[in-house]
Design a protein. Sequence first.
Length: 757
Amino acid sequence: MTSEKIDEIVRNRQEKLKKLHDVESNVEKIRISIGKIEEIKQNLSEVSSNDPLIMMLRQQSEVANKIRRIDTSAFYSAYDCYMKKLQIVKNRFSRETLNISFVGAAGQGKSCVLQQISGLGGDVIPSAKGSDCTGAKSIISNAPEALEVKAEITFYSCTEILDIINDYLKEIVGNSDYVKYRISDLSNASNIPISEIDSKIGLDANAKGKLEQLKKYVEHINDDEIKSRLGQKLFVPQEEIEQYVAQHSSVDPGKMYYKYLGVKCANIICAFPKKDAGKIVLVDTKGLGDTAIKVEENMLYAAENDSDAIILMYRPDALRAGLGARETDIISKIQKRISAQYCEQLLFWVINRVKDGDGKNTDVIEKTKEDIINSKMAIAGVLDVDCMDHENVEKNLLSPVLSGLTERVEKVDGFIVKGLNDLAEDLIRKYKNIVSSLSEVFIDSASEDIKQEMSPEIRETLDIMLGRVRKIFLELNEKRNKPSEEFQEECDKKLKNILKLVPSQEEVIELLEKGSINQIQVYEKCTNKIRISIIDDFMELDDILNQLVEQFKQSIVDALTDDDKGKLGHIVSKNDKNASEWIETFIEKIRNNTGDYPLITKAMQELHKFKISVEGFMIYEVRDKLDQIDLSLNTQTPQIDSDANNREKQSEDIIFWLDKAINEIFDDLGKELNELFKVPNRALFAAAKDFHDRATYSGSTTYKDVMTEWEYLYGNWIPDIWAEQYASKINSIEAYKTWKKVTQTIQDNSALKNIKM
């Protein structure tokens, strides 16, 4: 049912909304981090600042200048773009309804369709031929339990009305004269010289149309019944709704209304005739062509912010078939504002079929539909609707739109979330660019003099670290021709499991009695199952191999990071990281650094991707030994009693041959594995030797060798690795600690990982 499906969609959105709030919180955290840089830049420009950090930075003018040059504008631009989109998505997922927006030019039948769907008349939803009738934006909410029609009227604030009036003035007289006429208080609206402005604009029809709209504000906005309501909300019964949303009476067109000037939105609540319409809301937008200001922008805003589906209303000209340029332009702008993917799923083009009267257009409908389809525009479908007929509207418009909406809206929500995630990726990139700039400042803050002074300690640390790496590969060298005890122990378990695979007599008899299966087919079924079981069991040996590899990598990481060895744990901490995670993080860290370490990076990358897999060196040998129980490869079938009446004898024969084959596999594999037990130790030795060679000897005649890279790396990271010595050398330990805390907060911001849905 439609209503139940809508309720389910709303519940799913509420779950996503919780995640969005967490995402927003994390984005704010990284914005605050970047704000700390701006704060430091600001304090550097204040001569009177006695902050220890600022004073320290001022003593190092080159460092201070680098900080001043850090450009955060791209980040803030990406942040603003992201937050704008985030708010749209939050609004979308906050709704407890599905909203359908109606867009199009004036006079295309929007009001008529809204009347048919809602069951309301022209006294609530204004409609008229040849004149502007709708005054205020209306939304019509389906409330199946509603016993009467009522409306919640939301009025503009005084400030919003003031902005509307001044916007009219700016569009009518232009920027040059705007300052002369703009008003700063609503009470001055009546003083705007309409006649004077009229004489200035001459014959400009567009400006004159807007001036007529402005004139209504000038003459009526300070009426007590409007001004006293500004900034308020009001519930009104059905009989009073018209005077707040229409420009004139539906009964007496000569009777004009002006209350709509103060109305921001009227939410009309009623029970729709379609019983299973569910929690839907119809959003009416002002028709394009109306002389009110920002009509197009307000339409696009509603499409982007208030819509789950969009209906483009189009009444073809009775004398001319084909598309209207205005309609294709609307679709193009909606597509650009939201996305083509959205339009392809949930933008429906409704052709208003007029059967009678002056506007009769039935002769051009088919040609119009053909042109729309051939245009290949991004739309969900073309609906041919007689908008004056309630049943036709319900059958050909409301039902297909609701069906498409409930089927596709979650898919579209996925597109929208992806769009938000793409903006998050851009925000992350901009953030990392700042981190890179910050790293440059951070690294350069260790002056060349300090690097030179600490070079003996750097070389000593480097010798200890590389000596430990050498010891690891020498220890593995002693084991390289010996079986891996851990691996052999696990393999022995797998071998013993093979002997357990002979099925019981009851299992074999059960197979023999199924359908028309014969004894050879049963034997083959058993062997097929046995082969798969053996292969699956041996594939699990990857678990012990992964443990051995991780232990090996951990020994290398310990050599690099421990304080009594390589000390690189001060650059990337081992806390909460396994060896592979540490290596990956270290590679990313030194890449973000302005130093260039291609040889070290290559050594780390090769270490990171090293693995030993059963499938890589052993599973082929296991499969080879299983050929003897594969009748597709071994055509020699076992001798099994063929008497179908003697199932017991047949089962005994099958078990005999299976037991014989399994024992042969056990013996053959046992002999083969004796050599394969050595492979893990050999592979670990090779990986250790490779890393040692790359970390110690690798070099090039056209580029600095790896030892030079290590010295540069240690020199550039002195402030991290030897923090206290460095701080004492710059004679400002407390200031340095503050600086380190600020930079580490920005560089290691955990919130950065959690700003995507």
